[in-house]
Write a protein that binds this ligand. Sequence first.
Ligand code: GLN
Length: 235
Amino acid sequence: MSESTVQIALVLPDLLGTYGDFGNAVVLEKRMNWRGIKAEIVPVMFGEPVPDSCDIYVVGGGEDTAQTLAVKHLREHPGLQRAVTKNAVVLGVCAGIQIFGESFTRADQITHPGMGLIDSTSHAGGSRAIGEVLATPANNLFEGVLTGFENHQGRTVLGPAAQPLAHVKVGTGNDGSVEGAVQGRIVCTYLHGPVLPRNPQLADLLIEWATGAKPAPLDLPAVTQLRNERQRAAS
Ligand code: GLN
């Protein structure tokens, strides 16, 4: 951690941030602040250098053109890649899972290099996957179910170095079977909502990794209510 304040980089919210994905950074900051842990959001805009000193990096979803611009910028300013070598915690949503991989082929069939952070490739599916998703966490990563909203053309194939985040019960995720990816301290998902307000147990896992300590339980009835409603909507 940098000077006892956990720094959360909100990466290119001007390009990547469909469905309010910036809310993932807000949830991380708030859940730490509520427990007396100092945390702050560091926005990193398109055209700016990408710092390698943050503790957590949050990347949201975006359309094909936006994600192509974003990956070009992130490859030219490889602060996030350097941060990963220093054990930073990373969350990538939708376009995030695609640009973190080795390559992605867009709906127009043009293939672009990714950032090579996770062992995966993405390609365009025959149809858009749109709707509520319900999935069960893989490898007992966290308790309960994972819920969210998906809207993507891309499909993602994981290589042996990447593990799925969850197994799909309702919806599509990466390929109709598995959802997201985990490789080291990088977590990827196709789920919006945003994903962390809807899945506080995943937010707390990222906080545990970033701070090195299991965060104290938080009793937030409004969050529990939202979670139950969304779970019912998906099942
Ligand atoms: N452009 C990508 C796709 O359609 C990602 C979409 C998103 O981030 N919502 O697959």
